[in-house]
Design a protein around this ligand. Structure first.
Ligand code: ATP
Length: 270
């Protein structure tokens, strides 16, 4: 069962050019994760230690996992993905042990990148320390901090974590020598939405007159994950009509379809 909470993922062909609108974030990742693995001497020459861990934060579906996979692919590092909530739920009493095993495995398979998704599930500020489940989470976090403090930043293990709740994190996790690089991954603006739509339609047969600017402006407030769904859904509409290619009307239909639950949830919450 261990394989479920800690999986070695093949990042396949994810490359930086498949990430839309996050040039600054890519640059940060290159400098803090890629270069320490590929050109450690550049840091040694200047006399600084590269950061051990980078924390990506931002709303769901904005490309945090994509960034981590792309850098793993670029560096040919082993990519070990851990999901915070799964670590807690499935391994009651074993979270700390699993953290130890993850780091041991990363060292063995170095160069490697440990990607901890939903870091907030194991690194939230404690509200009360009295119940057992909370103590278990606390032990898991302590082990993570100990592992991070224990390893050498010049080594070939890098840690990337992701969260959409920076505000709930225990400040201990953000101290120097731990996740001391924090990179905000924003929701895409209109330009970024256009780029992401273009990326996700690259391998699709589409009409020449697709107005990506218009689609991007209509799709206000959606994430990269939603844009990927919009491209896919437009393709489905074309298939349904047995077309040779995807037309503008299909994209308009899919934007409407993918956006409607978003509008609905806004109405419900306000
Ligand atoms: P979560 O917080 O829910 O884990 P995440 O930020 O890690 O989300 P990803 O898993 O990276 O989001 O994104 C999900 C999918 O959405 C990606 O596989 C990709 O298809 C698409 N996507 C998201 N952001 C982008 C982007 N900036 N450029 C291109 N595609 C994107």
């Amino acid at each position: 069962p261990m394989v479920n909470a800690m999986e070695v993922v093949d990042p396949q062909d994810v490359d930086y050019d498949q990430i839309g609108g996050l040039d600054e974030q890519v640059q940060e990742i290159v400098e803090s994760v890629e270069l320490p693995l590929t050109k450690p001497e550049a840091f040694a020459r200047i006399g600084i230690s590269p950061p051990k861990g980078v924390l990506l934060y931002g709303e769901p579906g904005t490309g945090k996992t994509l960034l981590a996979k792309a850098v793993a692919n670029r560096t040919e590092a082993t990519f070990i993905r851990v999901v915070g909530s799964e670590l807690i739920q499935k391994y009651i009493g074993d979270g700390a042990k699993l953290v130890r095993e993850i780091f041991a495995m990363a060292r063995k398979k170095a160069p490697s990148i440990i990607f901890i998704d939903e870091l907030d599930a194991i690194a939230s500020r404690r509200l009360n320390d009295t119940n057992g489940a909370d103590r278990e989470v606390q032990r898991t976090l302590m082990q993570l901090l100990a592992e991070m403090d224990g390893f050498d930043n010049r080594g070939e293990v890098r840690i990337i974590a992701a969260t959409n709740r920076l505000d709930v994190l225990d400040p201990a996790i953000l101290r120097p020598g731990r996740f001391d690089r924090i990179v905000y991954v924003p929701m895409p603006d209109a330009n970024a939405r256009e780029m992401i739509l273009r990326i996700h339609t690259r391998n699709m047969k589409i009409a020449k007159d697709i107005d990506f600017k218009k689609l991007a402006s209509l799709a206000e407030g959606v994430s990269g994950a939603d844009l990927s769904a919009i491209a896919m859904e437009a393709g489905m509409l074309a298939v349904r009509e047995d077309k040779q290619q995807v037309e503008m009307e299909h994209f308009l239909g899919s934007v409407k379809k993918v956006m409607s639950p978003i509008k609905y949830s806004v109405q419900v919450t306000t």
